[in-house]
Design a binder for this molecule. Structure first.
Ligand code: MG
Length: 265
């Protein structure tokens, strides 16, 4: 069963998602070469608590961090450690908060300074695939239309979709029904309805699709050591079309533009 949220519940999610987006934006601006992943995680935890929220990840199935920080060939679920981020690195930041009982979940990948052209292209195509997928999240569409939008855009650009991790419904819990793969044939799965809330999150590899999990039991890395990117928004399926809830202050217009133009601003 995919929950249909009431207007009051949607307001709660709107607040948690806006907070998550503001925090992610602030964190992405704050990070710089030389910081360790542990320091980035600690700062994120402070910022979340300063705003009266809780990390949605800390302690989830014993996850040890406030957020996930995944660098270069790391795909998702990077844990706090002493690794220092460097100029030219791709850093994926995934941030989830619980605020007034509702969860908001959002992720972005940033380049520290100048990234290699192929890494930039990886980031662009991944973000575009997110917006193309969000555009499919409309009443009467089928769930796999969202999935297919990611896969078709990514493969068209010669990149690979990660299959081991998926997007998800979200509400009072971080992971609710349905699971949202980033691949699949269109026209399958449940029919979307107004009031559903979906966390859509393409994870895309520059090389092959294979991933493995490191000995910490969490950090997922690409099988071939090539970089990976990850973008995520929490989205409301509304009668008038998809509404992105994880919008940082001052970013509404930019996000609307990206939604209209398939991720290009
Ligand atoms: Mg998520």
């Amino acid at each position: 069963m995919i929950a249909i949220r009431s207007p009051g519940e949607i307001e709660g999610l709107r607040r948690s998602c806006a907070l998550a987006a503001n925090l992610l934006e602030a964190l992405a601006r704050w990070i710089e070469p030389g910081l360790s992943v542990r320091e980035i995680d600690r700062r994120a935890g402070e910022m979340i608590r300063e705003r009266g929220a809780k990390s949605a990840f800390l302690g989830y199935k014993k996850f040890p961090g406030n957020i996930c920080v995944s660098v270069n060939e790391e795909v998702v679920h990077g844990t706090p450690r002493d690794l220092r981020v460097q100029y030219g690195d791709l850093v994926s930041l995934d941030l989830g908060v619980v605020f007034e009982g509702w969860v908001g979940d959002t992720a972005t990948t940033v380049a520290l300074g100048e990234a290699a052209p192929e890494a930039r292209r990886l980031m662009e195509v991944t973000e575009e695939s997110l917006y193309l997928a969000i555009d499919k999240a409309r009443p009467d569409a089928r769930l796999s239309d969202v999935s297919h939008a990611v896969e078709s855009h990514v493969t068209r650009h010669g990149l690979s979709v990660v299959r081991e991790f998926v997007g998800h419904g979200i509400g009072r819990s971080l992971h609710e029904e349905p699971q949202i793969p980033n691949f699949g044939r269109p026209g399958q799965g449940p029919r979307l309805k107004a009031g559903m809330i979906l966390a859509i999150e393409p994870m895309v590899n520059l090389g092959g699709p294979e991933v493995r999990v490191l000995h910490d039991g969490w950090t997922a890395v690409t099988g071939d050591g090539k970089p990976s990117a990850h973008f995520e928004h929490t989205v409301l399926v509304a009668d008038q079309g998809p509404e992105i809830l994880t919008v940082a202050e001052g970013k509404a217009e930019e996000i609307q533009r990206k939604l209209k133009h398939g991720g290009r601003s």
